[in-house]
Design a protein around this ligand. Structure first.
Ligand SMILES: [Fe+2]
Length: 235
């Protein structure tokens, strides 16, 4: 049973299972019984979503929104794309929040004790709202790989976490974006947990059009919310 409440069901064939034993924490947290759909209340569907009106001008530039005394270290990149529905139509007014490790593979978070340096000029979080054409764009630093103890010698491939909020709190999607040609993808249970043929949709595309001469490489990443081309969501 699938807990969809809108008229376009999620294509579960392109989504990772809730429990994927190679990704060990899913065994502990994944539901083992069929999900029970809960009808949404009016306030859940129409209530205000924090953030849409308070996105600041630097929020989409991670090379500047955490700067204290200089620029963050690492490879500056542009990440941009569109949010699309199942018919390829743009989805405007979607709040996109991202978070990521710095160039050395370290998060600004107390739980991250990876022996790699923090960057005093990099917070690793940003947000923006899609425009009328469903477009978004971030300036950031290419994240580094980091170890995560899921299994012996486990390393997460460089990735950017994304959260998308639609018009209400119950319309949320969380996923991850990867980089093309990364050899760690073949060894990553989170990436491999999504079905073959769908997991590739989580890999961004290098884009010379988005690349700014003498400044930053560009990566294109479209997020499809529904339908047979849907972007896999996080388990
Ligand atoms: Fe991560």
């Amino acid at each position: 049973m699938k807990p969809d409440t809108d008229c376009t069901p999620r294509d579960w064939a392109s989504q990772p299972p809730y429990v994927y034993p190679d990704y060990k924490s899913t065994v502990l947290r994944g539901p083992l019984k069929p999900l029970v759909p809960l009808p949404h209340t009016l306030s859940e569907l129409t209530g205000p979503v924090y953030g849409h009106e308070s996105v600041g001008p630097l929020d989409d530039d991670l090379t500047r929104n955490g700067a204290k005394n200089g620029q963050p270290l690492g490879e500056r990149i542009v990440v941009a794309g569109r949010v699309l529905d199942e018919a390829g139509r743009p989805v405007p007014d979607t709040l996109i929040e991202i978070w990521q490790a710095n160039a050395a593979g370290r998060y600004v978070h107390g739980a991250d004790q990876h022996d790699a340096p923090l960057d005093p000029n990099f917070l690793g979080a940003g947000r923006c709202v899609t425009d009328d054409e469903g477009r978004y764009r971030f300036i950031t630093i290419k994240p580094g790989a980091y170890p995560w103890r899921n299994h012996p010698n486990a390393w997460r491939p460089p990735h950017i976490h994304l959260s998308l909020f639609g018009p209400s709190f119950v319309t949320r999607l969380v996923t991850q974006m990867y980089f093309p040609g990364d050899p760690l993808l073949a060894h990553d249970p989170i990436y491999q947990g999504a079905p073959e043929g769908a997991r590739e949709r989580m890999i961004s595309r290098f884009s010379l059009e988005l690349t700014r001469p003498e400044w930053a490489l560009g990566y294109e990443f479209d997020i499809v919310l529904r339908g047979p081309a849907a972007t896999p969501v996080e388990t």
